[in-house]
Design a protein. Structure first.
Length: 92
C-alpha cells in the first residue's frame, strides 16, 4: 500500500491502496497495520478541504489534525496519487 509519507501524522500513516485508485483522490489514516479496519477515510477536494467518509478509530481531535495536515500538503499528496491513478479530486 503506497504511503503518502514515511512518517506518521498524529500516530497514523497516511496511505491509499492500489485497488481503490478508481475512486476520487482520498487518504486513509491507519496505524502500523495499515488495514482498512479501524482506519479513517478522507476524500480530498480540489482546494485541499476534505470530506470524512469514515472516522474509524480516530478521535475528533485526531481527525481535525489529519484534516489540517492534508489541507497543508494536498498538492504534494496529489502528485503521489497521480502516479497510480487517473482519477482527480473528489467532486470533479
Amino acid at each position: 500500500m503506497p504511503k503518502y509519507y514515511d512518517f506518521k501524522v498524529c500516530g497514523y500513516y497516511l496511505y491509499y491502496t492500489s485497488h481503490c485508485i478508481i475512486e476520487a483522490m482520498h487518504v486513509h489514516a491507519s496505524d502500523k497495520r495499515m488495514t482498512e479496519a479501524g482506519s479513517a477515510k478522507f476524500f480530498v477536494l480540489e482546494n485541499g478541504d476534505t470530506v470524512v467518509e469514515k472516522q474509524g478509530r480516530l478521535t475528533d481531535r485526531e481527525i481535525k489534525l489529519v484534516r489540517e495536515f492534508i489541507k497543508d500538503n494536498y498538492k504534494d499528496m496529489y502528485l503521489k496519487w497521480r502516479e497510480l491513478s487517473d482519477t482527480g479530486f473528489y467532486g470533479e
